[in-house]
Design a protein around this ligand. Structure first.
Ligand code: ZN
Length: 683
């Protein structure tokens, strides 16, 4: 591992900070924290911290010695001075004389010694930093270090590799006990540049910031050299079947099984409940891992460090190769293995609370990481962010085990130590509070997603917590909140490919809003056949193509779904010269009813929205002005020509779609969004 230290970057940061009155020590610590936090081989999602001991002035102008240490909720890679809250050092060090201290007492005491009471809570590893004498301290859960500590003879191996350059601390969960052990091991040999924490990670320190950072890089490089060349094959491969099911069909099966068996999500097939998002990862290293003959052994050894358990659970779910000729076997096996996984998780919980007489509330038993031989791995989460964190940690888990098995055998802590962290109140607080967003974890595909109405629909579903894929010929601007897919809805192959991408990206699909359309005008007596057929392509056949592919995915998932059609008042209340547009729309209204009738048995609901006189991609400013003129009205009068006498907006249309998605017992409904038009009111 190479040092990423750059004196010029540091000087730049220091001079910027100096202008804002931030002292040099803090700038140095911010720089080190970012260097370490920015490297996924060192730190993943909250697993590490850094500190500096410096002097700050209190309200009376007295200089106080403080420890500035990473506050919870801050990402090391993006830390700012505010993320390193100062805590008075002397009171922290006084704790060393105590025999014991509970976690709650520790957190309360540390908080009460913050210089600024509004600061984030300092890391649970604060006391380890306070009890060590050095000015600069870095801590990470580096994968390379875990590869050597997580061995049957991990301690001996560390001594052999590091000699007397590093101290070795036996595993104990973070808190007061660990801090005491850390300081004792250090005091036995104050010459060490750092400490290896078995099954946990590494501390390095020095009174010089760069030296402290270098100790970390040197220790990891030493381990990397020991593990030797990265080319050698570590795992004996299993026989790969000649033909596998595609990733885009495997993902919805796994997602559907996990949703239907998740005890938090309840029974039934309603779309208006929280679901799960899948994040897929694959690489040569992941493939070698999941395709190994002994994957059932080495993947079940437990998390690389207990800190990961809240994100990934202690083991991944391992599925078989999804053989293309399996005739539904893959689904059956997935259901069965998921049940076994849940049973194993529930037994582990029961065993721990019974044998130790603990009062704990069981967490859900849904897997967070799924290994699929032949393809790769999935991280699972209640939303995309959670799924990506699970996948990041799973990738690091694969790397740690691969390295461990290249020099020995991966072995980690017993389940009691893992349970202590998984059900530790301080660790639970790292997880975001359960969201109340009604469509969290739902995947929505919106056609015509680049237009005014499509964008409004995307924004409304986004507010409700859903993940969104937009399909359109082109997009006026990039929007990183959404998956934007170039797609021509009148081309079968283009639609198929878009739905495959959605399944690979999110794991499946719950709601589809078939919104793309195009205005074709002309009187029936003179309209060309060509124009009429063109209009039918986009205003009828495209809806049918989109819904066919959507239903295919929804059936693979087997947890219901929502088909939403953007129809038009033209479907029930024809306007002069609007036949070429209204006729296919009338057919699309009938199509919605047909889907409602035929897909209800799968829990898939079909509904439609009839909107009128909305300024959008369809009804351009120009068209509105022409129509208004024809009626002797100005544009505003034309747009507000309804019972309410007010203009209807794209947001009004969007909210009609979200309402239909949320109305669990509504089927074959047409919601009008036109400000009131009796001639278009359905009877
Ligand atoms: Zn740690």
């Amino acid at each position: 591992m190479d040092s990423k230290w750059s004196q010029s970057d540091l000087e730049e940061l220091k001079s910027r900070d100096a202008l804002r009155g931030i002292n040099n020590d803090i700038s140095l610590s911010v720089y080190c924290t970012r260097l370490i936090g920015g490297d996924p081989h060192l730190v993943l999602h909250g697993g590490g911290n850094a500190s500096v001991k410096t002097v700050q002035k209190d309200l009376f102008g007295n200089e106080v010695e403080v420890l500035c240490i990473k506050g919870s909720g801050w990402d090391m890679g993006e830390i700012l001075p505010a993320g390193l809250p100062p805590v008075k050092l002397a009171p922290l060090r006084r704790l060393k004389s105590l025999e014991s201290l509970s976690d709650e007492e520790m957190v309360s005491y540390v908080r009460s010694n913050l210089l600024d009471s509004a600061s984030p809570t300092p890391s649970v590893e604060t006391l380890s930093h306070a009890f060590l004498p050095h000015k600069f301290i870095n801590h990470s859960h580096a994968s390379a270090i875990l590869s050597i500590t997580n061995q049957p003879n991990g301690e001996d191996l560390c001594r052999e590799i590091f000699g007397s350059t590093m101290g070795i601390v036996p595993y104990i969960m973070p808190g007061f006990g660990l801090a005491k052990n850390v300081s004792e091991v250090f005091e036995e040999n104050p010459e060490v540049g750092g400490l290896i924490l078995l099954n946990h990670g590494i501390f390095t320190f020095s009174d010089d910031a760069e030296t402290s950072y270098r100790h970390m890089i040197d220790a990891i490089s030493t381990v990397e050299n020991r593990m030797g060349n990265g080319n050698k094959h570590v795992f004996v491969p299993a026989t790969i079947p000649p033909k596998l099911q595609s990733l885009s069909s495997v993902a919805p099966i796994i997602r559907g099984v996990c949703i239907s068996q998740d005890e938090r999500l309840g029974k039934g097939t309603n779309a208006s409940q929280n679901k799960l998002i899948l994040e897929f990862r694959s690489s040569d290293q992941i493939l070698e891992f999941v395709n190994g003959k002994e994957v059932d052994r080495y993947s079940q050894g437990g998390v690389a460090t207990p800190d990961h358990v809240i994100r990934t659970k202690n083991w991944p779910l391992v599925l078989p190769f999804p053989e293309a000729t399996g005739n539904g076997d893959f689904r059956k096996r997935t259901e069965q293995l998921t049940k076994e996984f849940q049973h194993r998780y529930n037994s582990y919980f029961q065993r721990q609370v019974d044998s130790r007489k603990l009062q704990k509330t069981k967490l859900d038993s849904t897997p967070r990481v799924v290994l699929v031989p032949g393809h790769g791995l999935f991280g699972i989460g209640r939303d995309r962010k959670e799924a990506m964190i699970s996948a990041d940690i799973a990738e690091s888990f694969v790397q740690t085990i691969t390295n461990a098995e290249s020099i020995g055998e991966y072995k980690t802590l017993g389940e009691a130590d893992v349970f202590d962290v998984e059900y530790w109140s301080l660790e639970q607080s790292k997880l975001s509070n359960a969201s109340t967003q009604p469509l969290l974890g739902n995947v929505v595909a919106i056609t015509g997603g680049g237009g005014t109405i499509g964008t409004a629909i995307a924004n409304e579903f986004n507010k409700l917590g859903a993940q969104i894929a937009l399909l359109d010929l082109n997009f006026p601007e990039e929007d990183h909140r959404f998956l934007q897919l170039e797609c021509d809805v009148t081309e079968q192959a283009s639609v198929k490919s878009a739905f495959e991408t959605i399944c690979e990206h999110y794991g499946g699909l719950d709601i589809v809003v078939s919104n793309a359309g195009a205005m074709h005008l002309g009187s029936m007596e003179s309209v060309s056949d060509e124009t009429l057929r063109e209009s039918f392509e986009i205003n009828f056949f495209a809806h049918q193509t989109v819904m066919q592919y959507a239903v295919e995915v929804m059936k693979l998932q087997n947890v219901g779904g929502n088909l939403l059609f953007n129809v038009s008042k033209q479907a029930v209340n024809p306007g002069v010269d609007a036949g070429p547009y209204g006729l296919p729309k009338a057919a699309t209204l009938a199509l919605m009813r047909q889907y409602a009738l035929e897909t209800g048995k799968y829990g898939i609901r079909a509904n439609a929205v009839n909107a009128d006189r909305i300024q959008s991609g369809l009804l351009t400013k120009e068209m509105i002005s022409t129509r208004a003129q024809a009626r002797g009205l100005d544009e505003a009068e034309y747009l507000a020509g309804n019972i309410l006498g007010k203009e209807v907006t794209a947001e009004d249309v969007a909210r009609a779609f979200t309402q239909l998605a949320l109305s669990e017992s509504t089927v074959a409904n047409v919601t009008t969004v036109d400000g009131g038009n009796i001639a278009a009111a359905l009877r």
